[in-house]
Design a protein. Structure first.
Ligand SMILES: Nc1nc2c(ncn2[C@@H]2O[C@H](COP(=O)(O)OP(=O)(O)OP(=O)(O)O)[C@@H](O)[C@H]2O)c(=O)[nH]1
Ligand SMILES: [Mg+2]
Length: 463
């Protein structure tokens, strides 16, 4: 019966037993692994009805867990009336086959579970294509392996999935169809993405862009909705967000930036999914500042931070400064927990996206990035430079104005990036009687270093 069930890998309403093996060198505590696997299962619509664990040096080749454990698993399936077993490990098709046969229950692995969640959430054309490609690459060959096997055990007789015709000829035809389908989907995806890349490039030229990144369920979309006109789907489930959303974030005094909310990260994200979602993840690379959102109430927040850093490194998002934002501070169990965070990251921004506490501190901090550090300057430019004057009047803090025959003279509080923007609109700006470009470095000698944390001393990492 197990083989037939693998035709449908949906987890919705399944009664699931979770299995995790602690192998030599595993660093994440079992409780935490089960907590995450449970959250994934529930996010996929399944119900967790049992757990099984084993300690092993290495996985047992044929069935991953040992034969005694396998018998225990079979009894557990019967005892709790499970309809599904989910392994916290990637299994080979042959392992799935053997375990299914022994337990008479459908087996899926962690990657398939994540793929199932992604496929049930995908809403945009791009996300749907990305998931479908990942499924064709990961799940399909594994289903095929089952079918091949069925062909052998039934001698090709039409049973279950086998009714589709597991004969060699049929398999060949199916393989070719899948190959064709995959290349067609990839072509469609490339078309959508090249349009998106152009949009991203234009946005980055026109605006200061800030990206929210973090582990799944850290509260990125909730924060996004608090800071902008909103519209992002936020929910207490893993992978609520699958595509990037961008809105303007008003920072006060006429200053603003474009804020993007995107798919969350998770440890051991199936690599086919990473490949498919690469361009969605890569939008992050182009942001000028990254806000790393951590769920401060999650006991695994530090591990999550590591995963986020690894993922950012793997997609090449290393060129921009990062700010750590500790979210869900309202949810901390005690004052002591807050103090632990303060001593760990003294300058990180602590806030709650739900109550709004601390959001104004984040706004101030980001504003400093958008405008650059502020300086008081006396600046003159031709009164005919309409665009630059319009920018100054709308976007900067003017202390005083004066006019000569053809020049306007301002005393301003201005940020480095604001001055750079003005200089791109008018080439003859003078500061204290000298060309602005000669003054830039004198006014702002310490440039922000790329790829580093701005509010966290580097030595606090990787300890
Ligand atoms: N108490 C509390 N809950 C929060 C806060 N921020 C977010 N949440 C809750 O956390 C859950 C996840 O929030 P989301 O905003 O969907 O998280 P996300 O990071 O966008 O998650 P993905 O899109 O799945 O990656 C929701 O139930 C939110 O209501 C907060 O500051 N305090
Ligand atoms: Mg989200």
């Amino acid at each position: 019966m197990g083989y037939q069930q693998r035709e449908d890998l949906n987890v919705v309403e399944e009664r699931a037993i979770l299995v995790a093996v602690t192998l030599l060198g595993e660093t994440i505590p079992l409780d935490d692994r089960f907590a995450e696997l449970s959250a994934l299962t529930e996010s996929a619509g399944g119900i967790v009805v049992g757990h099984l664990t084993q300690k092993r040096k290495l996985p047992y080749g044929k069935t991953y867990i040992g034969s005694g454990k396998l018998t225990e698993l079979k009894h557990l399936v019967e005892g709790v009336k499970a309809t599904l077993i989910i392994f916290d490990h990637d299994l080979t098709p042959s392992q799935i086959r053997h375990i299914e046969r022994a337990t008479e229950c459908k087996i899926i692995d962690r990657s398939e579970l994540i793929l199932d969640i992604f496929s049930s959430r995908a809403a945009t054309a791009e996300a749907k294509l990305q998931v479908e490609i990942a499924q064709l690459e990961y799940t399909y060959p594994r289903l095929r392996a089952m079918w091949d096997h069925l062909g052998q055990v039934t001698g090709g007789a039409p049973v279950g999935i086998g009714t589709r015709g597991p004969g060699e000829q049929q398999l060949e035809i199916d393989r070719r169809l899948v190959k064709r389908k995959k290349s067609q989907l990839k072509k469609e995806l490339t078309q959508i993405q090249s349009r998106a890349v152009r949009e991203v490039e234009k946005r980055n030229d026109d605006h200061f862009t800030v990206g929210l990144v973090g582990y799944t369920n850290a509260g990125k979309s909730t924060l996004f909705n608090t800071l902008t006109a909103g519209g992002a789907w936020s929910h207490d489930q893993l992978f609520a967000t699958l595509s990037t959303r961008i809105e303007r974030w008003e920072l006060g005094g006429g200053t603003g930036c474009m804020l993007s909310d995107t798919v969350g990260f998770i440890r051991r994200l199936p690599h086919h999914l990473v490949a498919s979602f690469k361009s969605t993840l890569e939008e992050t690379i182009h942001c000028k500042l990254l806000l790393l959102i951590l769920d401060a109430s999650d006991p695994n927040a530090m591990l999550h931070l590591e995963t986020v850093e690894e993922t950012l490194d793997s997609i090449g998002a290393t060129a921009q400064p990062r700010l750590i934002v500790l979210n869900k501070m309202d949810k901390l169990a005690s004052k002591h927990d807050a103090l632990v965070w303060t001593s760990r990251f003294p300058d990180a921004i602590q806030l709650s996206s739900v109550t709004g506490d601390g959001v104004e501190v984040l706004e101030e901090e980001v504003k400093r990035f958008v405008v650059g550090p502020m300086q008081r300057v006396t600046l003159s430019l031709p009164t005919a430079s309409a665009k630059a004057i319009d920018f100054i009047e709308k976007r900067t803090e003017i202390v005083s104005r004066d006019w000569t025959e053809d020049q306007t003279i301002y005393e301003l509080n201005v940020g480095q990036h604001q001055l750079e923007k003005m200089m791109s609109l008018c080439h003859s700006i003078m500061i204290d009687g000298k060309p602005a470009k000669d003054m830039l470095e004198r006014l702002w000698p310490n440039q922000l270093s790329a790829g580093s944390y701005c509010n966290v001393p580097p030595h606090r990492f990787h300890v």
